[in-house]
Ligand binder design. Structure first.
Ligand code: GDP
Length: 304
């Protein structure tokens, strides 16, 4: 809970804050893998990178990056942020709480029909949610470096359940049912919203919601509604953009345009910029960085 209030009370950046050129303690973390680009170019730089192009195209000397939309984790001061501290293809700054992030073990624990049936231990958890077909199973398999972790709630109309997976025996990945099934009856849609909203608002061990959004399509109303509801209710969340390698049709928007449009539409519902990150389950782009981001949220949560 403390994390929840802390993350939402963090001030957004003032763009006039001068940059420092000396490295901060945080900048040593994964320096080799961090984006050397302006923040405003992060979206396109990430797409280039996911397409297999070199990240070195971007300038390492350009420190005029925009600070106002960055996600600043606990333990980082705005004035210490340098471009090297921003995860590639994201607005996320890496701070001192980032640590060992790799998934070595995933174990299915239980499928709970109601929030009150969920595991009652104190382990921190991340809920993963998104529209049906957004790429949730694919992303989870990328994170766990496995071919197939069975997700039990994939089929439209199937009994809604909250599925807990224990990761490295220390934290939970919680698979919530997908929303927006094209052919689902109204009763299923209604169930989804009552059920998941109850989870988001009542789970004391929830560190953050990972809201998956398909970057290969323009913003969809159902995703915007979900994002806006989470924002209005101060539920800590991270936008995870999926399918960032993909463009719908030759004339379709590029993923970075879709992402920019989406973020513009949800911004007003957030007091501070929510973290967002681009991923592709085809190239693997963003997977390790998402885990690193989750590690810093988790470690902070566990220590306070
Ligand atoms: P879920 O219903 O949310 O679990 O979605 P799936 O993981 O089953 O993926 C739905 C479809 O999108 C499948 O055809 C996947 O192959 C495809 N897909 C998932 N992730 C990506 C991605 O990152 N890039 C591309 N191009 N396709 C993806």
């Amino acid at each position: 809970m403390l994390l929840r209030s802390h993350l939402f009370n963090l001030r957004s950046f003032a763009s006039a804050v001068p940059n420092r050129t000396s490295p901060s303690p945080c900048s040593s973390i994964r320096r080799g893998n961090l984006l050397r680009a302006t923040q405003s170019g992060a979206v396109s730089a990430a797409v280039e990178s996911s397409a297999g192009q070199s990240e070195s195209n971007s300038s390492s000397k350009n420190f005029n990056f925009a600070r106002e939309n960055l996600f600043i984790p606990p333990g980082v001061d705005i004035v210490d942020v340098t471009p090297e501290m921003i995860l590639p293809g994201s607005n996320i700054v890496v701070g001192p709480y980032a640590g060992d992030a790799k998934i070595t073990e995933v174990e299915f624990v239980k499928s709970s029909p109601k929030v009150k049936d969920c595991p009652k231990d104190d382990r921190p958890e991340f809920a993963i949610v998104g529209r049906s077909n957004v790429g949730k199973s694919s992303l989870i398999n990328v994170l766990a470096r496995k071919k197939e972790i069975a997700l039990t709630s994939k089929k439209p109309g199937k009994t809604q359940a909250i599925n807990h997976f224990l990761v490295n025996k220390s934290w939970y990945l919680v698979d919530l049912p997908g929303y927006g099934f094209a052919n689902a009856p109204d009763s299923v849609r209604m169930d989804w919203s009552v059920f998941t909203k109850g989870f988001f608002l009542n789970r004391k061990t929830l560190v953050a919601v990972l809201l998956l959004v398909d970057a290969s399509t323009p913003p969809q109303k159902i995703d915007l509604d979900c994002a806006n509801w989470l924002g209005r209710n101060n539920v800590p969340m991270t936008f995870v953009f999926t399918k960032c390698d993909k463009r719908k049709g030759k004339k379709g928007n590029l993923p970075d345009d879709n992402i920019k449009n989406f973020l513009d539409l949800v911004r007003k519902h957030y007091q501070v910029p929510p973290p967002w990150i681009m991923t592709s389950s085809v190239t693997g782009f963003g997977g390790d960085n998402l885990l690193l981001h989750m590690s810093q949220l988790r470690n902070y949560w566990e220590n306070y």
